[in-house]
Design a protein around this ligand. Structure first.
Ligand code: ADP
Length: 253
């Protein structure tokens, strides 16, 4: 996209030429569109639960049946929790996207980190009959900020559980030169080819309704990507619809 500034050149009273200056504003336009999309997305995400909370709160006010009051209050609570998570994710995203964002790093034992995360999700997995397997050696480490690395793997493993109905989740790691190649695989619903590159975008969800009922906001993977890149790593995904997905992370050792 170009912006053109025209300027006439006069000699005495006669116009003898024109200077045209072309400004390439593609990048500015892109940023402007991203900003507008972001505001529209946030507004939409806020409006839906808020409208629902308002509606149920008004109903509860005049409801006499205790069971109904309990039911409506639990819906209000569910939407409130969604809003708390949304606010938390937005603050996190703006923090890690800000210029000059830095984190303190140290050698982290990958196995210990993944085992801790798995422990917090074990009950959820057992309830749904999904197996969890870790194939990481004791001495395998990454050069990372522990809290941020936890957030990345927590998002990936939580997603693997969320989008898997049966089968198992497997996390493995192998050393490659200066990197650890970590794989988070599941035997879940998979991701359509056309969505594979887009799922790392902010608010992008393959199936909005399905994701929402599972409590998804669409920020988890963009946060994960930012954190991985801040550490000098890379993240990508391979997937087959109906068979499962594997998220790959190259993380400096
Ligand atoms: P959400 O909060 O919706 O889970 P994410 O940013 O974590 O948002 O993921 C973006 C989208 O990518 C999800 O809505 C889902 O459609 C898809 N996705 C992520 N992980 C998986 C997975 N393991 N299997 C299938 N689809 C996935």
């Amino acid at each position: 996209v170009f912006e053109v500034h025209l300027c006439g050149i006069k000699h005495n009273v006669e116009t003898i030429g024109t200077i045209a200056v072309f400004y390439d504003i593609t990048h500015l336009k892109k940023l402007e569109k991203m900003r507008k999309d972001f505001v529209a997305n946030v507004s939409h995400e806020l409006r839906t639960p808020l409208t629902s909370i308002k509606g149920y709160a008004e109903t509860v006010l005049y409801e006499k049946d205790l069971e109904k009051i309990k039911e409506f209050t639990s819906i209000i609570l569910k939407h409130t929790n969604f809003l708390i998570k949304l606010t938390h994710d937005l603050i996190e995203l703006s923090r890690i996207e800000s210029v000059g964002f830095r984190v303190e790093k140290e050698h982290i034992s990958l196995k210990e980190l993944i085992e801790e995360i798995m422990e917090t999700l074990r009950e959820k997995a057992q309830e749904r009959g999904i197996g969890m397997e870790i194939k990481i050696k004791d001495n395998q480490t990454i050069w990372a900020n522990e809290e941020k690395a936890r957030q990345v793997f927590n998002n990936l493993i939580d997603n693997a559980l969320k989008y898997t109905e049966k089968g198992k989740i497997e996390i493995s790691a192998e050393g490659q030169n200066n990197f650890m190649l970590i794989k988070v695989s599941d035997t879940g619903i998979g991701i359509p080819k056309k969505d594979l590159t887009r799922i790392f975008e902010r608010f992008y969800r393959v199936n909005k309704n399905r994701s929402r009922t599972l409590g998804g906001i669409g920020l988890g993977l963009s946060i994960a990507k930012h954190i991985v890149e801040t550490h000098g790593g890379e993240i990508w995904v391979e997937s087959e619809l109906g068979k499962g997905s594997t998220f790959f992370i190259k993380w400096p050792r």
